[in-house]
Unconditional design. Sequence first.
Length: 484
Amino acid sequence: MKQFLNFIGGEFVATGRTFDNRAPVDDRVLGQVHEAGAAEVDAAVRAARAALDGEWGRMPVARRVELLHAVADEINRRFDDFLQAEMADTGKPHALASHVDIPRGAANFKVFADMVKNVPTESFEMTTPDGGQALNYALRSPVGVIGVVCPWNLPLLLMTWKVGPALACGNTVVVKPSEETPATATLLGEVMNAVGIPPGVYNVVHGFGPGSAGEYLTRHAGVNAITFTGETRTGEAIMAAAAQGVRPVSFELGGKNAGIVFADADFEQAVAGITRSAFENCGQVCLGTERVYVERPIFERFVSALKAKAEALKPGPSEDPGVGIGPLISREHQQKVLGYYDKAVKDGATVVTGGGVPKMAGALAEGHWVQPTIWTGLPESAAVIREEIFGPCCHIAPFDSEDEAIALANATDYGLATTVWTRDLGRAHRVARRVEVGICWINSWFLRDLRTPFGGAKASGIGREGGVHSLEFYTELRNVCVKL
Ligand code: NAD
Ligand code: 6OD
């Protein structure tokens, strides 16, 4: 049976306290995860501090950049190992993992390594009160040991999205992967050793949140900053932990994103786009579209077209040819999503398609499958319109004006992403300015340029990462004032 070990100070560490890692496609046990306790988390934080005070902290930027490029190259060399590990842990389709998750795992190191090669800082000459001269300049230093707490939906992508820039800026990290998806973070430890990243720069502690590795890590006084992706409620708990020692946080949290489709949109493009944003990764994408608003003249036609697309998504295991949708991550999450499917019906929804569990043959019948589901006819107060479900489902409602569409899109506590479909350029820019979100996609979805600010408004997050925003979070600026 596979053992998923912690990675501390460059060594794989067993703890003997294990829990099962299960495959979403058939619920079989894939391996045993070794849970880190307070002692292992403490050892990881100490190893990270020692690396900062040692070789890593003294390493010239050019060498750091070289090593992070080597990490990216090694991920690419072991592409298939990462792919197999990610597919086993999440059950996501091969096409998705091979085109999105693993390539981004490598790109997250390359892009940020290149970015830190040429970071300018400010300088100001001044006249002093005695008529002399002084020169101020700003120095950028690493923040220190960064605690990185990750979710399960895009495990390698979202973990390296934080580890890449953190290391590029000269910090060291202790990563707490999701208890559901321990594999690729562990595998990355092998990569770090293979390319010669000094021990202690990258550490992994496995376990759960409260009363386990997540809580021990975020409460540890040796952690200088915390970056977290996950549920808004978890963010609240981590923020309370970070308050001890007033440590900075960067939070990428939940969403209840709207898709707005105007009647002038390229119809086929809009249908294909909303199909992706509602159902890709089995709806387990924070940027996904669970609320769709369609301009009334094309409403009926749009609902029928999306229904056809949803019904064409073939459920199946990652490697099956033509598979369009994988399972949900866990039995618990499947029950939560099915609970929302029931709630929608009780609230009076018209179920356009789905609403249950697809019939799967043999061992697959034990997997965490749900049908892609579309509802219409609910009031905006319904639970499936207000709460983040994180499943392959959406409610579609008609609208009659641009103002109404914007008001509907903004009527949520969340503020992560909106996707707008229109051929009217003026309208596209007007809507983008008025939606209360961190990211507004026009005629596209999940199109990512890593130099851009990424994050959420309202309850969807705190701060921005990406490009210079990552450099801001992962460095400390010091002003040096020299009286000449
Ligand atoms: P989650 O909040 O349940 O767990 C995320 C991580 O936090 C896990 O590693 C978990 O063990 C840890 N954790 C839980 N409680 C903790 C605590 N008290 N202290 C420290 N660590 C704790 O989220 P999830 O279910 O893994 O992921 C799904 C959620 O993540 C959704 O809400 C989704 O919208 C959000 N998400 C947001 C983004 C974004 O970029 N905004 C990206 C992906 C996922
Ligand atoms: O693409 C990214 O950098 C990113 N943070 C994506 C988040 C996806 C949420 O599920």
